[in-house]
Design a protein around this ligand. Structure first.
Ligand SMILES: Cc1cc2nc3c(=O)[nH]c(=O)nc-3n(C[C@H](O)[C@H](O)[C@H](O)COP(=O)(O)OP(=O)(O)OC[C@H]3O[C@@H](n4cnc5c(N)ncnc54)[C@H](O)[C@@H]3O)c2cc1C
Length: 241
C-alpha cells in the first residue's frame, strides 16, 4: 500500500489544517490552507477527494480517500472550509475526529455537475447532514431574487448546523434515513407554491436520491434538466466516489 500512497501524494495537492471546530455532536468544521487554492477553477458545488487513509495500515485502496464538499472558499487567504459528519463511523469519520490543527493533508478538487445553476426562478433543496454544506454554498451563490424552498432532514435536528455566515436559510425536519415517503409528503406541500421555472437539488442518501428522482419525473413530469441529483453515500458501499 506504500506504493499507492506515494502515488496519491504525488498527484494530490498539499494543504495544512488551519482550524478544527466541532459544530454539532456529529459534525466538524475544518479549515484547510493550501497554495493550490489560488489556481483552482472554483465553482460553487466543487468538492475534494481527501486523503483520509494515508499513513494507515489499510487493506483496501478505496479506503485511502473520501469526498467532501467545499463549504466556503477564500482565494485571498488560500483557505477553504469543509463540514464533515461522523455518524458513518468509517475511515473518513475517524480521520476528522482524530485530525489535528497544523497537520498536512492531501486533496484533489473536483467539479462534476452538481454545481450552482442560475437558470431557474425557484429552487427546492433536499438533503441530509452529509449534503448540507454542499446545498448551503449553492444557495449562497444564487442571485437573491430566486425563490428557495427546502427539506433538510436528520433523525435529530440538533445535528443540523447553521451556514458559514451563521444564517439558517433552510427548513429542518426530524426524519429518519431512507424515509422517502415522509420527505415526499413534505414536498407535496411545497410544489404548488414553486414559481416560474423550477429546479430541485437532491443529495445525500442514494436511496432517497433514486426515490425522489423517480417521484418528480413520474408523478410530476419534471424533466431531467430540472432535477439535479447526487448520491453522497450508499448503505451497501463505502466512500461512494
Ligand atoms: C461529491 C460528494 C460530496 C460529499 N460531501 C460531504 C460533506 O461535505 N460532508 C460529509 O459529511 N459527507 C460528504 N459526502 C459523503 C461522504 O463522502 C460519505 O458519507 C463517506 O462515505 C464517508 O466516509 P466514511 O469513511 O466516514 O464512511 P464509509 O467507510 O464510506 O462508510 C461506512 C458506513 O457508513 C455508511 N455511511 C456513509 N456515509 C453515511 C452518512 N452520511 N450517513 C449514514 N451512513 C453513512 C456507509 O454506507 C457504510 O455502511 C460527500 C460525498 C460525495 C460523493
Amino acid at each position: 500500500m506504500a506504493f499507492v500512497e506515494n502515488i496519491i501524494k504525488k498527484i494530490m495537492d498539499k494543504g495544512e489544517i488551519l482550524s478544527k471546530i466541532k459544530l454539532t455532536e456529529n459534525v466538524y468544521h475544518i479549515v484547510i490552507k493550501s497554495d493550490a487554492i489560488k489556481t483552482i477553477d472554483f465553482v460553487p458545488g466543487c468538492f475534494i477527494r481527501l486523503g483520509v487513509g494515508l499513513g494507515k495500515e489499510l487493506s483496501l485502496k478505496k479506503d485511502m480517500v473520501r469526498s467532501y464538499s467545499i463549504w466556503d472558499i477564500n482565494k485571498d487567504k488560500n483557505t477553504f472550509s469543509l463540514a464533515i459528519a461522523t455518524h458513518s463511523n468509517g475511515i473518513g469519520a475517524q480521520w476528522v475526529k482524530n485530525c489535528e490543527v497544523g497537520s498536512t493533508v492531501y486533496f484533489k478538487t473536483k467539479k462534476g455537475k452538481f454545481t450552482v445553476d442560475n437558470s431557474a426562478d425557484s429552487y427546492l433543496f433536499i438533503g441530509d447532514l452529509s449534503a448540507l454544506s454542499h446545498l448551503y454554498i449553492i444557495n449562497r451563490y444564487l442571485p437573491k431574487n430566486k425563490q428557495v424552498e427546502s427539506v433538510i432532514y436528520s433523525k435529530n435536528t440538533r445535528n443540523l448546523y447553521a451556514d458559514i455566515d451563521d444564517k439558517k436559510p433552510f427548513n429542518f425536519y426530524s426524519i429518519e434515513n431512507n424515509n422517502s415517503k415522509e420527505i415526499i409528503a413534505k414536498i407535496e406541500n411545497i410544489l404548488p407554491y414553486l414559481k416560474g421555472v423550477k429546479k430541485v437539488y437532491v443529495a445525500g442518501d442514494s436511496r432517497v436520491c433514486i426515490a425522489l428522482n423517480n417521484y418528480l419525473r413520474k408523478e410530476h413530469k419534471w424533466s431531467t434538466k430540472q432535477i439535479k441529483v447526487k448520491p453522497f453515500w450508499n448503505p451497501d458501499k463505502k466512500g461512494l466516489e
